[in-house]
Design a protein around this ligand. Structure first.
Ligand SMILES: Cc1cc2nc3c(=O)[nH]c(=O)nc-3n(C[C@H](O)[C@H](O)[C@H](O)COP(=O)(O)OP(=O)(O)OC[C@H]3O[C@@H](n4cnc5c(N)ncnc54)[C@H](O)[C@@H]3O)c2cc1C
Length: 598
């Protein structure tokens, strides 16, 4: 049940894929020196492995509970959260003006991966706070930033996202919560918020004295549909004169959801304004709430994609450790009285474990790469490079979110398979990883919505230009690799080129296709793009491993393993990529049966 953060692997991906040394040359990121990167990874690994990981299974059993209107998190969470805040972990990538450390997002990402591997239910609380900070940083007034940002950046107070209502999930335009302007000298110009929000992660808890809810609601002038929605800051406790947590706002936790997984994360039904209306303040301009939400979606979706990586890593470590001790069967071809072996010696178990490990490495590379692009998009001094990085990140965000979370579920499921029956019963903890992983393809925009976004917006808006630029870069890597077989190049190049050919055909088809046909092929297209793009990054890592091995002759086992997983990825993942093409081109078949025939 233990977890050890894969620090060497994380450092390698940060250096070779996210190019953290290049990020450290960008204005404002100079502090991200190799020594600091090492210190952060090592220290985070200690907290994650020693303090959070042991909470994961007991917290799943205890769950969060609602008692007399108050939510209590499982034993150990309060102490762990206090350690997290004390360590300054919340503010790694935030503005130093508000107490953050101003480091690249790419460095905060492996750290967040560790929290999620150690205990995903716990990590959700900071994940939501990060979203609130991003919103306030980008759109809050000076007064709102002064009052709230410091406390959210430090983690002293936590944040939530309040979008979903019973009739408004993927379609937020159906939202009904109301915000009516009010005048009261105690609160200045403010609004009274009424309505019900459901599925609110950490909507109430006992980890921090105050919670700052980011709430979408409609003002009286707000037109119907998604354009008439505004964003409000609604604290659980209203600030007192000294800026601390004062009197209670009109918000009540009606219930906690009973869920398949993440039992320790309280998923709340919140009633706003049952009495006089909850006091809230508008963030930014009226009617621009959804647009503001989308500005923080990149980081939030990246973080949810990362949950797929994190759970996969935990499931892999658990399955590998179990396979080392479970004795069953004899070597192939051995005599009946030969000594029995642990299952890790069986070729098919080795295949499953390598599949889990390789999938996790590929997902991690894609997530860290995209984080590096977000950093370059924010800080690159040249506008053209900034714009190109932004477009690359925009294209890949839905892929990271959906491809990594779907694959995370598959890896957790394979982890159960490695355990045999002991994986299906709760005792070992393997089943918890699958239960926990299963939410990630659903929240923060379902994976179907991600596929729509990828094809309907990201591909359509520039008629495939950003995708074509990515394909060109991937082709350049394929030819470098093809010319050098020392990194296992021939087999990787063959599979990468097969995937790239399929991707080009799909791109040309989708930019011309009718919207319904394109939408029907969008999910397999997202899988194709994820598989090929991660394959490209695996190939780049094989080249780097070859170069490093030749240069210094150290870390040979680690570097040889990187080349082996790149080849395995090419044969077991990339080779399947062209198989997505018929489903992408075959949107017509999807639509052949009418809804009433399904
Ligand atoms: C544990 C948990 C925690 C959550 N935390 C939060 C939170 O903190 N804050 C918050 O605001 N919300 C939260 N949510 C809500 C979550 O974001 C929504 O559940 C999610 O966006 C999907 O909405 P829905 O459940 O209404 O599903 P629906 O929108 O009803 O979707 C059902 C199915 O239809 C598909 N679908 C719907 N519309 C389309 C379309 N236009 N095109 C193609 N397919 C479509 C979906 O992909 C899905 O497969 C949470 C949910 C859960 C379960």
């Amino acid at each position: 049940m233990s977890y050890t953060a894969p620090v060497a692997e994380m450092r390698f991906v940060l250096e070779e894929v996210a190019e953290v040394d290049r990020l450290a040359t960008l204005p404002g990121y100079e502090a991200a020196s190799p020594d600091l990167v090492d210190a952060i990874l090592e220290e985070a690994a200690r907290l994650a492995g020693n303090e959070l990981a042991p909470l994961n299974q007991p917290a799943d059993r205890a769950g969060s509970v609602l008692e007399n209107g108050v939510v209590r998190t499982p034993p150990g969470f309060r102490e762990a959260y206090a350690r997290y805040v004390e360590g300054g972990w919340n503010g790694l990538a935030f503005d130093p003006e508000y107490g953050g450390q101003g480091l690249p997002l790419a460095l905060a990402i492996p750290v967040a991966e560790m929290w999620n591997s150690a205990c995903m239910s716990f990590a959700l609380c900071p994940l939501l706070t990060v979203g609130a900070v991003e919103l306030l940083q980008a759109h809050g007034s000076d007064e709102q930033k002064r009052r709230y940002l410091g406390k959210l950046v430090s983690g002293e107070w936590t944040g939530t996202m309040n979008l979903t209502e019973p009739q408004a999930g993927s379609d937020l335009g159906a939202m009904r919560s109301r915000a009516v302007p009010a005048h009261d000298p105690r609160w200045g110009e403010h609004y009274r918020i009424t309505g019900q929000k459901i599925f609110i992660t950490y909507g109430d808890h006992d980890l921090a004295p105050n919670i700052v809810h980011m709430v979408l609601a409609r003002t009286p002038e707000g037109s119907p549909g998604s354009r008439g929605i505004s964003l409000f800051l609604v604290p659980k406790l209203l600030p007192d004169d000294a800026g601390g947590a004062g009197s209670r706002n009109d918000i009540r936790t009606l219930s906690l959801e009973h869920k398949l997984g993440i039992h320790a994360s309280p998923t709340c039904v919140l009633a706003y304004g049952e009495d006089e209306g909850a006091v809230g303040w508008r963030i930014g301009e009226e009617n621009r709430g959804l647009e503001y939400m989308f500005t923080m979606m990149n980081a939030a979706r990246l973080n949810v994609g990362l949950q797929g990586v994190a759970i996969a890593e935990r499931a892999y470590q658990q399955a590998r450790d179990f396979a080392r001790i479970r004795v069953q069967g004899r070597p192939l071809g051995a005599a009946a009285n030969a000594e029995a072996l642990s299952i890790i010696h069986h070729p098919d178990v080795r295949r499953m474990l390598l599949w889990m490990r390789t999938a996790t490495e590929a997902m991690r590379a894609l997530a860290y790469y995209t984080a590096g692009m977000i950093d370059q998009g924010r800080r690159h001094p040249e506008p053209a490079a900034r714009r190109a990085a932004e477009r690359r990140a925009d294209l890949l965000i839905p892929v990271v979110k959906a491809w990594c979370t779907d694959l995370g579920v598959a890896v957790a499921s394979t982890g159960i398979q490695v355990h045999g029956g002991m994986g299906y019963v709760e005792e070992t903890g393997a089943a918890q990883h699958l239960r926990d992983a299963r939410i990630a393809p659903i929240y923060e925009g379902t994976n179907g919505i991600q596929a729509n976004d990828l094809v309907g917006r990201k591909l359509a808006r520039d008629r495939g230009e950003a995708a074509a630029a990515l394909v060109a870069e991937m082709r350049a890597t394929a030819s470098t690799l093809g010319a050098d077989d020392r990194a296992g190049g021939a087999s990787i190049t063959r599979q990468l080129e097969g995937g790239l050919g399929a991707l080009e055909t799909a791109n040309s088809f989708l930019v011309e296709a009718e919207p319904a046909l394109a939408a029907a092929g969008s999910a397999p297209y997202l899988q194709l793009l994820g598989t090929v793009c991660a394959g490209w990054l695996m190939a780049r890592m094989a080249i780097s491993a070859q170069r490093r091995g030749a240069a210094n002759g150290s870390d040979t086992a680690f570097l040889a393993a990187k080349r082996a997983t790149a080849r395995f990825y090419a044969e077991h993942f990339l080779a399947l990529a062209p198989g997505y093409l018929p489903a992408i081109l075959g949107g017509g078949t999807v639509l052949e049966l009418d809804p009433d025939q399904l």
